[in-house]
Design a protein around this ligand. Sequence first.
Ligand SMILES: Cc1ncc(COP(=O)(O)O)c(C=O)c1O
Length: 453
Amino acid sequence: MSKIPFGPTYEEMLHPSKVDPAIRQQALQAKQQELDPMNLFNITWRNEDNQIHKIVLPKELTGVEANIVVLLGKYFPSGSHKVGPAYSTLIEGCVDQTIVPGEHTILGPSTGNFGIGVAYITNLMGYDSIVIMPDNMSKERYERIEKYGATLDLTPGTESDVILTLERTFELKKDPKNASLAQFELLPNYRFHRHVTGNSCIEAVKDIGNGRIAAFTSAVGSAGTIAAGDQIKQAFPEAKVIALEPYECSTLTNGGRGQHRIEGIGDKMCTLIHNVLNTDFVALIKDDDTIKGLKIIHDGIDILQEQGITKEQALVLQESFGPSGLCNIIGAIKMAKYLRLGPEDNVVTIATDGFDRYNSVLEDLERRYLETEDFVLRRWFNDIFRKIGEEDVFDFRSPQKKEQLFHQKEKDWLKFGYSKAYLDSMKDQSFWDQEYEKIKHYNELIKKLREKS
Ligand SMILES: Cc1ncc(COP(=O)(O)O)c(C=O)c1O
């Protein structure tokens, strides 16, 4: 049997300063060699100096008094934080011995970034892998997955056709040689984001405004990232957690299931791992606003400067987001207005990845619009950032609204063999807290087995 190449514990991903100093040093050097397995120890929100990678958005951009703080996922190995859930699911499988190197081929159902993460992590840890994803996503995604050596298995459609990838995975899983890192169903995704992302968010606002978090916005795909909200609420019980979805695909809001352009989110389901108990609001963001917003941030440095943003700030923003990051930012501004937040209040959100995989999305925008000259971008800036309104925000705090989400979850998951009793157990916060508690067990086990190997 091949050896399991162990990486960090959950605690070490949150605090890489707790990694053995010699290993940390090797990991930092490995950043120059993308496929060096020591990069497993760079799965963290922090830089070399243990500071969280973040931007506080200029108020000239947001137009609101509240501080909007964005954690930047593009610094993770493979270019997005989705590598965290991919690694966590794989390493839990290793220590539980449900995934065996040399025996299992790893399946990664995805719309892109998780697939990139799976391809990357399986390369580092020595597994064969198959990434199952829709055939109409940005071409940069396929290129990366193939570069990391995974096999692509494409299903028809786009972002909103991710159900087809789940059905395909369900079929492939019948072969005992295949093991699935099922991001929509498995709790390591929840554990990674509640512990690593949630606590990183809490630390990120330490010296900003009142040092607390008033709201957390997260555009949901697998609904892993939004688990950070569970931890944020532990620290700041007043915090509101807001799930964002495309206006064109309003599944949580009202069962809507349309096509949309925001890659990585809006997958036409309430995922199994979504703790809807902590989702206070759902807000809808128009897909083209996120693409136009990205165009302004990426190509409109002059326009941003006209608005009073310094060139330095504009250059930092330029490469830091993709469409879902813009969705999160637009949602954060909307909620700062809706919740009447002031200068001491902080809204935290996430940029899952950076611009590097979205050139083709802006090329497509150029094809769809006759003109994207400066005067057009100026108008878009006004329409998209300045005129963000309080419409399309839905309060999901009542028992009736929770029931609506539980019902959506049943509709989406009973057909994949999950029992009603299991889904019902998720209606109590203790289910989620018990799942979170398992982190201690996995921290110990990963450490112990790593020392042995
Ligand atoms: C670009 C992008 N944004 C947002 C998300 C949503 O994150 P989550 O799956 O944690 O809900 C994803 C998920 O793959 C993504 O790739």
